[in-house]
Design a protein around this ligand. Structure first.
Ligand SMILES: [Zn+2]
Length: 66
């Protein structure tokens, strides 16, 4: 299992005609893309709603102080 490092949150881009993505955590319509660095120059994007994106951001900030 690879270690994911949170990188940043960006606004999810709405492409006309594409299906609406659901938040990975709660299933609401996703409005944010969360970027994670999994090493070897590989980045993964996961979709989250506003609230869950904030939680991820906060958790990441807390963890960096350990
Ligand atoms: Zn959510």
């Amino acid at each position: 299992m690879m270690n994911r490092i949170f990188t940043s949150i960006r606004a999810s881009q709405n492409i006309a005609g594409s299906p609406r993505r659901a938040c990975k955590d709660c299933g609401q319509p996703a409005t944010k893309d969360a970027l994670f660095d999994v090493g070897n120059g590989i980045a993964v994007v996961e979709r989250y709603c506003d609230q869950c994106a904030k939680v991820i951001e906060n958790n990441s900030n807390n963890r960096s102080s350990v």
